[in-house]
Design a protein around this ligand. Sequence first.
Ligand SMILES: N[C@@H](CCC(=O)N[C@@H](CS)C(=O)NCC(=O)O)C(=O)O
Length: 232
Amino acid sequence: MMKPILFYGVPSGCSFGSIVALEWLGRPYRLCRVEMPGEAGSDAYRRINPLAETPTLLTAGGETLSESMAILNHIAAQGLEAQLGYPQGSPDFDRLNQMLAFLNTTFFGAFAPLWHALEHEMRDAEKQVLLDYGREAVAKAHRQLEMMLADRPWLLGAQRSVADAYFIGIARWAEYLQVVDRSDYPNLQRLYNKLEQDPAVIFAHAIEQQRPVVGGGGFAGEVPLAEALPAR
Ligand SMILES: N[C@@H](CCC(=O)N[C@@H](CS)C(=O)NCC(=O)O)C(=O)O
């Protein structure tokens, strides 16, 4: 068995949540940095993920696993004792899966028009349509998640889970894309502030920004993409 490698995307990738989840799990893992869009679209990285998207996990068993939901569920399955996840078939698993699905579709997807407007050249009128649509969608998703979280400590209730790890990686896009003021959603702001103080979140920011890291978890170093590729 090898140490898993998480291929994470910068700048500000949704892989952030998978880094946090791996830190919470505490088992040995390595990281491989992938610059987007350049390296993510390279022939080398397409051998890891033909969709040219991050994150992807090269698992301990040597399998490549992409899609945040799949990676987070893979990590959660190893973190049952820490209640990062729950056994499939249990009501708690169903609730976690429901929350991850909301985050991965409605919450993530709401930002898509804003990313598109940021990353592509277009006429002002076209850009305005995308910005209006994105802002409304992000605000609606925030209203919905605010209601779902209510006054509970974590997204699933008393115990933190991989859903909270994924949430923080996406929620920060509100600042990055200058949309919605999170303080209008006090429960989300409370969760966000608590996560920002979490050592694993501080660690993931340092990794993204290439600052020195204090690894409390299982971080076993970074691997360059060329070295991380599986043998042909
Ligand atoms: N459905 C995928 C989406 C992954 C995705 O869209 N990743 C973005 C970063 S958040 C990416 O890699 N984009 C490639 C690029 O911008 O070049 C997931 O949930 O993991």
